[in-house]
Design a protein around this ligand. Structure first.
Ligand SMILES: Nc1ncnc2c1ncn2[C@@H]1O[C@H](COP(=O)(O)OP(=O)(O)O)[C@@H](O)[C@H]1O
Ligand SMILES: [Mg+2]
Length: 304
């Protein structure tokens, strides 16, 4: 083989190798391009899927918004009928109960036997308990329905105390407890009915949780406010119950253990707290277990 041919073959081999590597490179590049293309397509698919998912979520949100506003409308309607029911119940349910009170009082007067009088007293007590429970339930439902709107005006404490005295005197007498109201000649700024309900709840507790001694209601001037104190010589409230006693359905363990003191729904002080908040009258108490409790209600002073 002539020398030139060998050179030629070498050159051809080199050229060939260069071509092959070029072809390979170009195939690689094409592959890269292809995989980029594939990535782009899969990205696009993912974006499309995500967008569809987001649209679906949006549609679900819109749907649940529609359902929520329908539910809200229903709740408002239900609340309105609850309010109407409460207004009717307060009047229509308590009225026959009052009529029953009157009939039973009349019945008491015509009893000639001790047995008859005893039975009539029992009916009276049951009616009182029923009225008390009913008023409590009506109060809490009215507070829940948001229909309690305080009407602030001048309230004579003398008049208020004297009506509370007639409310609670029979109960105190039955338990052999003293019930005293310090004489007052004061006028406060409050809602007559709500302030009365607050004091009724506090007084009924004071009498319920006291076995001996009694209850004293008094007032003190503190700047522009009058502090009404309801002091009892009862079982007291333990320090760790300080907050809990104001919670709904909370009943003190000591009072529960003592069967003689049981009987409430555990709503009295919850009602006191909510009514006092509506009026802006702070309610606090100080107490010593086994010695007694004093509840304080701070009420703005009115025109004397
Ligand atoms: N004057 C008081 N003396 C002692 N304990 C009281 C007094 N007032 C309230 N309590 C305690 O607070 C709890 C909650 O009172 P309340 O909300 O009126 O419910 P109820 O009287 O129906 O149990 C009572 O169960 C009782 O343990
Ligand atoms: Mg009570």
């Amino acid at each position: 083989m002539p020398l030139r041919d060998i050179d030629d073959v070498d050159r051809l081999k080199k050229i060939n190798a260069a071509l092959v590597s070029r072809v390979e490179r170009s195939m690689d590049q094409q592959g890269n391009a292809f995989s980029l293309f594939q990535t782009a397509i899969s990205l696009e698919n993912r974006v499309r899927n995500r967008t569809e998912e987001l649209h679906a979520t949006l549609r679900r949100l819109e749907q649940s918004n529609i359902e929520l506003s329908a539910a809200k409308e229903n709740a408002e309607l239900a609340n309105l009928s609850k309010t109407r029911f409460l207004a009717a119940a307060s009047h229509d349910v308590l009225q026959p109960l009052n009529a029953a009170h009157l009939s039973v009082s009349a019945l008491a007067e015509v009893q000639t036997s001790e047995e008859g009088r005893k039975l009539v007293r029992q009916v009276e007590r049951s009616l009182e308990t029923m009225e008390d429970l009913l008023r409590t339930l009506l109060d809490i439902s009215k507070l829940d329905a948001g229909v309690v709107q305080p009407e602030i005006g001048d309230v004579s404490l003398e008049t208020l105390f004297s009506s509370l005295r007639s409310d609670f005197h029979p109960e105190a007498e039955k338990k052999g407890l003293s019930l005293k109201f310090r004489p007052v000649n004061l006028v406060v700024r409050s809602d007559r009915t709500l302030l009365r309900r607050i004091l009724q709840n506090i007084l009924s507790n004071a009498l319920r949780y006291t076995r001996s001694g009694g209850v004293l209601v008094g007032t003190r001037h503190r700047g522009d406010t009058i502090r009404i104190d309801v002091a009892d010589t009862g079982c007291g409230i333990a320090e760790d119950q300080r907050e809990a006693v104001f919670e709904e359905f909370h009943r003190g363990t000591s009072t529960l253990a003592d069967g003689g003191l049981a009987g409430g729904l555990g709503l009295g002080l919850a009602i006191v707290r909510r009514m006092a908040a509506a009026l802006g009258h702070p309610v606090t108490f100080s107490s010593r277990v086994g010695r007694g409790t004093i509840f304080h209600i701070d009420v703005p002073i009115g025109m004397a």
